[in-house]
Design a protein around this ligand. Structure first.
Ligand code: MG
Length: 223
């Protein structure tokens, strides 16, 4: 049983390793493990799909548990990914439209990972997707724009949808300003100060918060 689980981990990590992105393997594995628990409560949602590296990890857990993963990205790249900026990658630059376009990479990842019946890509800005959103969520992963305004907006738009016992996870939490931008950490601290969340141990740069309140685990179909 244990080796089966390890083989599963290896397959997921090997798939994710082929995908462009900025998520470390330990962070991906933590997302996978948490999503397995979160999916017992409801569907999962991530902001910042990019080419689908984290989508592979969270999606694999959602597939196993029979729930949907919604993944949001405008796919035009972040500020740092534009031409002339430090994270510019010519491979995701569409010469025809002269814009960044990561959507074909996400679609290819979803297909390769056999997640077409699990993952719902939403090609829009997070705020627009949130406007009429009413589905309660088991997990929200915030890895979109890294400006304070973007991270705050993602937190405000989506944390309200989390079910009690659900997980709010931030990527790129750097407690040391010399190691990385502070905006996600500022928003993480704001979320913690709200009193609505319990702080879980960090995994690399993943900040993990659990929504307080009485947990209602849905009965699985046929269970
Ligand atoms: Mg990130």
């Amino acid at each position: 049983m244990k080796s089966m689980k390890n083989d599963n981990y290896k397959t997921i990590a090997a798939l994710a390793a082929q995908v462009k992105g900025f998520l470390a393997e330990d962070e991906g594995m933590a997302l996978y493990a948490i999503a397995l628990t979160a999916a017992k409560l409801g569907p999962c949602l991530e902001i910042g799909s990019f080419c689908g590296k984290s989508t592979v990890y969270i999606g694999a857990a959602c597939k196993e548990m029979g729930v949907t993963l919604f993944t949001i990205d405008h796919h035009s790249g972040s500020e740092e990914q534009q031409p002339g900026q430090p994270y510019f990658d010519p491979e995701i630059f569409d010469e025809k439209t002269k814009t960044i376009n990561s959507l074909p990479y996400l679609r290819s990842t979803i297909k390769k990972a056999d997640l077409e019946d699990t993952v719902v890509p939403m090609v829009t800005r997070s705020k627009v997707a949130a406007r009429n959103w009413a589905t309660p969520l088991g997990l929200v992963f915030i890895d979109g724009g890294h400006s304070y305004e973007s991270a705050l907006s993602d937190y405000q738009c989506w944390s309200r949808c989390l079910l009690p016992g659900g997980f709010l996870i931030f990527h790129d939490i750097y407690m040391d300003a010399a190691k990385g931008g502070q905006a996600p950490y500022e928003v993480y601290k704001k979320a913690l100060a709200s009193g609505d969340f319990e702080e879980m141990p960090m995994v690399n740069t993943l900040g993990i918060l659990k929504k307080r309140g009485a947990v209602v685990v849905k009965k699985q179909a046929g269970g």
